[in-house]
Design a protein around this ligand. Sequence first.
Ligand code: FNR
Length: 188
Amino acid sequence: PPYRVGVIVGSLSRESINRRLASALVRLAPPEFEFFDIPFADLPLYNRDLDVDYPQVALDFKAAVASADAILFVTPEYNRSLPGALKNAIDWGSRPWGQNVWANKPTGVIGASGGSIGTAVGQQSLRATLSFLNVRQMTAPEAYIHYTPGLVDDDGNVTVASTEEFLRAYMTAFAEHILRVLTVIPRP
Ligand code: FNR
């Protein structure tokens, strides 16, 4: 496929509902988009003392982000904010100063939780950081997914038809957003 989208799941949990949501989103996307996971679990805690000698794992993380035409964040909300591990990964990508890998990247934000506000507050925290980092965010549509048990099955199928249609529309809009950004900002 001509476009490659990096998927960053904000949860490290083996049973993550956000990873399940991500698997469903990949299946609902238009066919000319290909998706690959960008892991961040092995990053150490960011420390600016390491800016002069970036650890290889952080260089690899930045290279993966740089190689992507766009980034899709699929993340839980932790204590009304974004998970600390995800923030740490974003911080690594933003440094050393002047080498912010996120700049101009077409980006989507979505998340699932068992709570009824469906990560809305966590997404706002994430969006504030992405805004500062000069990311090209899709601001609408928004998607706050209230995850009920079994919503996404083991094969990545969405079991509620109205939710499936909503998520398909979200991915169609995200694809259009990516193409719109890429018409003015060339790909890496
Ligand atoms: C949560 N959870 C949660 N849910 C929510 O709607 N708002 C919140 O602020 C929080 N805060 C929070 C903090 C911490 C440390 C944990 C572990 C959990 C519940 C959360 O939505 C639930 O555990 C999801 O299953 C997490 O997503 P993953 O890991 O399954 O993708």
